[in-house]
Design a protein around this ligand. Sequence first.
Ligand code: OXT
Ligand code: ADP
Ligand code: MG
Length: 577
Amino acid sequence: MTAATKEKPAAADEGQELTDGFNLIIDALKLNGLTTIYGVPGIPITDFGRMAQASGIRVLSFRHEQNAGYAAAIAGYLTKKPGICLTVSAPGFLNGLTTLAHATTNCFPMILISGSSEREIVDLQQGDYEEMDQLAIAKPLCKAAYRVLHAADIGIGIARAIRSAVSGRPGGVYLDLPAKLFGQVMNAEAGRKSLVKVIDPAPAQIPAPDAIKRALDVLKSARKPLIILGKGAAYAQADEAIKTFVEKSGVPFLPMSMAKGLLPDLHPQCAGAARSTVLKDSDVVVMIGARLNWLLSHGKGKTWGDAPKKFIQIDIEPKEMDSNVEIAAPVVGDIGSCMSALIEAMGKDWVKAPGDWSGAVSAKREENVAKMAPRLMNNNVPMDYHGALGVLRTIIKERPETILVNEGANTLDLARGVIDIYKPRKRLDVGTWGVMGIGMGQAIAAAVETGHKVLAVEGDSAFGFSGMEVETICRYGLPVCVVIFNNNGIYRGTDVNKAGTDPATTVFVAGARYDKMMEAFGGVGVNATSPDELKRAVNAALDSGKPTLINAVIDPAAGSESGRIGNLNPQSALKKK
Ligand code: OXT
Ligand code: ADP
Ligand code: MG
C-alpha cells in the first residue's frame, strides 16, 4: 500500500493543508524545470491544462495530438530536456503515439502523458469512456512506460519518466495517468516530500581509455579518413569539443541532415557536397552520433565502394556497435566526454589527415558546388526547385540564426543540399523515418523553445499532414514563415489515372492557394510565382516576425518520384503501360 491509500479522508482531519493529483503533477514538473507542455485538452485532462497554465507552465494547445507530439519530440532534441506532450485517452493517446515512437526512433527525449480511463473497468473490458489499455499498447513503441495510480507516487513516476527519457540513449517515455489520480487528495506536506528532483538526469558516460587508444590507432593508420556527424552529435551540445576534434584531426567531415551546421557547411573540411566520393573512397570512417542505418546504406554495398573500410564509432549506446558492419574501434560514451578524451589523447603533435586526400575532397566539392551554382540563379516562371531554393539559401546565409524546418520529397532532398546551414541545431527535418507531418509541430516548438525565427520549407503534400496548425501559429503569434513548394502533388503534379476516373493518386487540386489558409486566421498570406517574389515575401516575413504562409508556385513537372530515394520505391515489372 502506498502513502496515498494510507491517508485519512480529507474531511476527517480538518484544518490540514491538502493537495491533490493535479497540483502534484504540476509541482513535480516545475521542480524538474519542465515548464512547457504541448497537447490537446479534453476529458480527463482539461482542468489539468488550465491549472498548469495558471501555475505558470506554458501550455500550448494544438489542433491535433500528432502535431503536439512532434513539437514535444523536437523540443526534447533542442533542449536536452524531455519534451512533454499531453493527450486525452484512447484516440488522443493513439494520435500522440506515432510521435512517441518517432521520438524513440530518433533518440529524442520526450514524455507522452496521457489521461486514461479507470483501470478496473478497462481491465474487465466493460466499455468505459475511451477505454483502452494504453500502457500495454505504448510499451513496445517507446523506451519505457509507467503508470501512476496513487497521488503519493506522482513524484517518483515523473522522476522515472524524466531519467528514462534523457539518460543513456535518449528516447520516448509513456506516462499513464488514470482520470481518478488527478482528483486524489493527500496531505500537502506529505505531498511536497513525495516529490523528486532528478539529480544529474543524464550522467556523463566516460569512455574507457583503451577504447580511446584503439580509436586513435585506427585513425592514425588512415590514408583517407572521414568523419560522419549525426544528429546525436548535434543533440549532445558538445559543439566546441566536436569542432576542436574535427579541426585538430584535419579530417573531412560529412554532416547527416540534422547535423548540418554543427560546423558550418562552408567550413573548408566539409564534404557535404562530395558525399558519394568520400563514402566510396574513404578508408577509415569515424561515426560521431550517427547510425549505419538505411540513410548510410547500412555501411556496405555500392555506396561504400570496394576498398576495405574500418569504422570507429562513437555512441552512447553499446548495442549500436556492429549493428550493420564490424566496428573496428567502438567508443562508448557521451559525445562530449568522448571528444574531450580523444582530443587529450591526440596530444600536441597529432599529424593531420593527409593533404592529398583533403585536396581531392575539396576539389570534388568545388566541382559539385560550381555545377549547381547556375541552376540556383535561374529566374524561371513557374519556378523550379533550384530557382526557389537559391533564394532561400541566400536568405539563410544572411540570417543564420533562423531555424529551418524541412519536409517533403523533392522539397526535402533538394533543400538539404542547396541550403547551407551555419550553426548547430538550425536544421530540423523528417529524421530517421522520413516521416511527413513533422512540419508545423517542429516549427512551433522551435519558435517557442529558442525564440528564434523559423522558416518552414514544406512540400504541398507534407504540409497537408499538419496544415491546420497554422491556426495555432497565428493564435500564439509565433514568428514562423511557412513556404509551401506547391507543385500540385506528391513528387509531381502531372500524374494521370490511366482508368480516366478519379484523379491520379499523387495529384492534388491544381493551382491551390495555401496562402489563403493563413489569411483565414489573421496571418499574412502571399502567392509567389517567381524567385523575386519569393525572396521579397520571405524577407518581409522574417523582418516582421508575423505568421506568414507563402504559396510558392512550382512547376508541377519539376520533381522526381520519391525525390532522391526513388531507388527504394518498388515498381511492378507487370505494370501496364
Ligand atoms: O556526391 P554526389 O554526386 O552523390 O552528390 C550529392 C552531394 O554531394 C551533392 N551536394 C551538393 N552539391 C552542390 N552543392 C552543395 N551544397 C551540395 N550538397 C550536397 O548533392 C548530392 C545529394 O546530396 P545528399 O542529399 O547529401 O545525398 P543523397 O545521396 O540524397 O543522400 C542519401 C540520403 C538517403 C542520406 C538522403 O537522400 C536522405 O537523407 N534522404 C531522406 C529522404 C527522406 O527521408 N524522404 C522523405 C520520405 S519520401 C516518401 O516516403 C514520402 N511520402 C510517403 C509518406 C511519408 N514519408 N510519411 C508519411 C507519414 N506518410 C507518407 C509522402 C507522402 S514523401 C511524401 C510527400 C512528397 O510530396 P511533397 O509535395 O511533400 O514534396 P515534393 O516531392 O516536393 O512534391
Ligand atoms: P543521423 O540520422 O543524423 O545519422 P541517428 O539518429 O541515426 O543520426 O544517430 C544518432 C545516434 O546518436 C544514436 O545512435 C544515439 O545513440 C547517439 N546519441 C544520442 N545522444 C548521444 C550522446 N549524448 N552521446 C553519444 N551518443 C549519442
Ligand atoms: Mg509536392
